[in-house]
Design a binder for this molecule. Structure first.
Ligand code: GDG
Length: 734
């Protein structure tokens, strides 16, 4: 029975030792709740580090047994592994760089990286002890970026999902990491890669296509012949829990206490883990500015600030802790009155019931991180507002701001703006509070943690199905053999071959893609079989094809069908077409050449192609889109067609297309075997025009009307060789 394996750095459990006895209590985190319905079922399991060092084997044995009852499986780490893989590489390279703090906090140490690799391998070994082909694996977060590929190598067919809980930074940040390629290759071991926001998706796609030799089409990456889907899945919370807690007796009691203590004071709440990314100091500065500029709020407003201790053995965190202490001390010292304290600051954690009472009681929740993958505190505040009142102030740098658009959105670096937002929140009419809060509550309720888990898992299944359907359409194994058998038995064959991207791979310089000796000998072998009519059907100029193939026994079709010629005859041009339109279009294209270094125009008889293979990455695509919009209406009026290709945008007379050109050949002969190979947009016309019995083969992995797929020109060549060989064998066996 296939199972699901969840893997994260930490197991969702708290372990305490008292009187030499280990006590385990499941953690209340949202992730654990959301995934609870999965990992506790059947043979499913959650693998991770228990959270502290356990040296003694007997102790490990005891803990293993207790964890097993909760469907948990531990990976034990030594003190050095914890300090180098976790505190070192994860928290001193990945965390700061991914939160845009590379220059102030990142430190790159080779030894930390070595341990990061080693511990990822340790996780792999733990997974391999339980994983089997057919299982589904879901890996979480930045501590395990290498694990997807490590598992993929060991279990090629297994389903692997990966989710990053922190932001994925812009390529400009990410490229600073010395081990950037290895990290991306690690992630690409997954079938589905999830992020909180679309911005993270964009950044990842841009980094991966710049750093690695992979291609992407929309949000699908093709790497090592696998299609990997990248998508945003904004994480939700256990909304039901936060909406029902305020109705619980012990929470109601705490709410009463808070109301009593802050009878005449409006409450502004702030909750974070201690971290420089959370903007805690800037928040305090904004609050201080408010008291300074608006003394009318003295005695009337209090900031209730909880900072949960975290990573406090790291010097930078200790320093931040000291700075916060100082800032709170100074605000309180300056503004405190006999019966009022401006900042109520707690450096510790509280039970969830206390958090709920605070969420329920606070007039304003102030969430202003400098960067945050999502930020669940903002969603928990919304879910707790069961009367639909209260105001959320939210940083635009938190992933949550993309969903909670009815919050007051602020730039966390703008202290003045935060200060004004607090005043706006305190003075917001109840009706406005309610209309904003209602919208946000609906969203938080619908996109809850169960929904998040469900859509991620469903998408992972779909991706696997997509990959499998691609596999069955791939020309190999029995599919390849049955085509070969048909080929060998037939007597009159028509074989269409596109050139660039099909028989030869793309080169930076268009002229460099000339045929090599292997290709010539392959084409000769095919052509020398009297049963075969080989047709080279290309978008290239006829002069170009002449130079390469004139003395070969090949039928040539150039410029997508504008020209054609049989061996030993002249070129024939398609009749009745005009190229007057070039007078208008050429100057427009020229302005794009002037503005885009590296691009150029190729002029053909009935087409103009704007090439941007050598233009700066990204700029070429941007300009091609612009040019496409620019030419769209003129093209319609003039009866022209725009063809976006691989780093090229071509415009040509509508009447010319590879499909029409092919039909003139199929109509003139009683072929018992028709086959066509092509890789781009223009070849789709060919695939669609051919009769149903034709064998159509798409090169690459883009969606196509073709029946079958081959991955690249090398595979096309191998397959064509196999075809020629088959007739030799067939003839011998007769
Ligand atoms: C990472 C990403 C992303 C806080 N104080 C107490 C307490 N908490 C709970 C909150 C909330 C959680 O901790 C904090 O979650 P965040 O999302 O705010 O932040 P990170 O821990 O940095 O999480 C983040 C998240 O992963 C999920 O993908 O949103 O961007 O950085 O649930 O309620 N819980 C208890 N006592 C406290 O004192 N019991």
């Amino acid at each position: 029975m296939p199972k699901t394996i969840i893997i994260s750095n930490r197991l969702p459990v708290k372990i305490n030792k008292s009187n030499n006895e280990y006590q385990l209590s499941p953690s209340e985190g949202g992730l654990a709740t959301g995934l609870g319905s999965i990992y506790k079922e059947g043979d499913n399991v959650w693998i991770g580090w228990p959270g502290f060092e356990v040296e003694d084997e007997k102790d490990q044995h005891t803990i293993n047994k207790k964890l097993h009852e909760l469907s948990l499986l531990p990976v034990y780490l030594t003190q050095q592994e914890i300090s180098e893989y976790y505190e070192g590489f994860s928290n001193e390279v990945l965390w700061p760089v991914f939160h845009y703090y590379a220059s102030s906090y990142a430190s790159y140490s080779q030894s930390n990286w070595d341990f990061y690799k080693l511990v990822n391998e340790k996780f792999r070994d733990a997974v391999l002890k339980v994983a089997e082909p057919g299982d589904t694996i879901w890996i979480h977060d930045y501590q395990l970026l290498l694990l997807p590929a490590l598992l993929r190598n060991a279990l090629p067919d297994v389903s692997i999902g990966f989710f990053l809980h922190i932001p994925f930074p812009s390529h400009e940040m990410f490229r600073l990491i010395p081990w950037r390629s290895e990290l991306l290759e690690g992630m690409l071991g997954a079938d589905l890669i999830g992020f909180h926001t679309f911005d993270d998706v964009r950044h990842f796609l841009s980094a991966v296509t710049r750093v690695l030799p992979v291609t992407s089409s929309a949000n699908i990456i093709s790497s090592n012949d696998r299609s990997i889907v990248v998508e945003s899945f904004p994480m939700g919370i256990d909304e039901h829990k936060y909406a029902t807690l305020p109705k619980q007796k012990d929470v109601i009691d705490q709410i009463k206490q808070i109301k009593e203590s802050f009878k005449h004071t409006r409450l502004v709440l702030s909750i974070d883990r201690l971290d420089y990314s959370k903007g805690i100091l800037q928040r305090l500065e904004a609050f201080e500015l408010l008291l300074k500029l608006h003394p009318e709020y003295i005695n009337k407003i209090a900031l209730y600030m909880i900072v949960v201790p975290s990573r406090d053995n790291v010097p930078q965190y200790q320093h931040l802790h000291d700075e916060i202490d100082k800032k709170v001390g100074s605000i309180n010292a300056i503004y405190r009155t006999m019966d009022w304290t401006p900042v109520h600051y707690y450096y510790r954690s509280f039970p969830i019931e206390t958090l709920s009472a605070l969420y329920y009681s606070a007039d304003v929740c102030l969430v202003t991180p400098m960067r945050d993958g999502m930020n669940l505190v903002s969603k928990e505040y919304v879910a707790s507002r069961i009367n639909n009142d209260g105001v959320l102030i939210l940083s635009e740098m938190a992933g949550a701001s993309k969903e909670l658009i009815d919050a007051i959105i602020v730039n966390p670096n703008n202290i003045g703006e935060i200060c004004r937002a607090i005043i706006q929140a305190l003075n917001m009419p109840l009706a406005e509070q309610q209309s904003r809060m209602q919208q946000m509550r609906q969203l938080v309720s619908k996109f809850n943690i169960t929904h998040w888990v469900k859509i991620f898992m469903e998408r992972l299944k779909e991706v696997k199905t997509l990959q499998r359907s691609m596999q069955t359409r791939h020309v190999s194994g029995s599919t390849g053999q049955s085509i070969i058998n048909r080929y060998a038995k037939t007597k009159k064959r028509l074989i269409f071959l596109d050139y660039d991207g099909t028989l030869v791979a793309f080169k930076a310089n268009v002229a460099d893609a000339s045929p090599d000796t292997e290709l010539y000998s392959l084409l000769d072998q095919l052509a020398e079989d009297p049963a075969n009519q080989v047709v080279l059907i290309s978008g290239r100029k006829h002069e170009n094809l002449s130079n390469w193939f004139d003395d070969r026994n090949i039928y040539l079709i150039a410029e997508h069908g504008a020209w054609h010629k049989q061996q030993n005859t002249r070129w024939h041009k398609i009749q009745g077409l005009s190229d007057h339109w070039k007078l208008d279009i050429y100057p427009i294209m020229e302005t794009y050449v002037d503005r885009t270094p590296g691009s150029f125009i190729e002029e053909k008889t009935y087409s103009l192609a704007w090439h941007y293979r050598k233009a700066q990455k990204g700029l070429g695509e941007l300009r091609a889109n612009e040019l496409m919009n620019n030419l769209k209406y003129q093209a319609n009026d003039k009866g022209l067609q725009l063809l976006p290709g691989d780093k090229v945008l071509e415009i040509k007379n509508m009447e010319i297309n590879k499909g029409k050109a092919a039909l003139t050949l199929t109509a003139n002969g009683d072929y018992d075997f028709i086959m066509a190979f092509g890789d781009d947009y223009t070849d789709e016309d060919l695939f669609k025009a051919l009769p149903d019995s034709a064998i159509t083969i798409k090169v690459g992995s883009n969606i196509s009307a073709a029946k079958f797929y081959l991955r690249n020109p090398a595979e096309v060549r191998r397959f064509l060789f196999d075809l020629t060989e088959s007739t030799v064998l067939h003839d011998k066996s007769i």
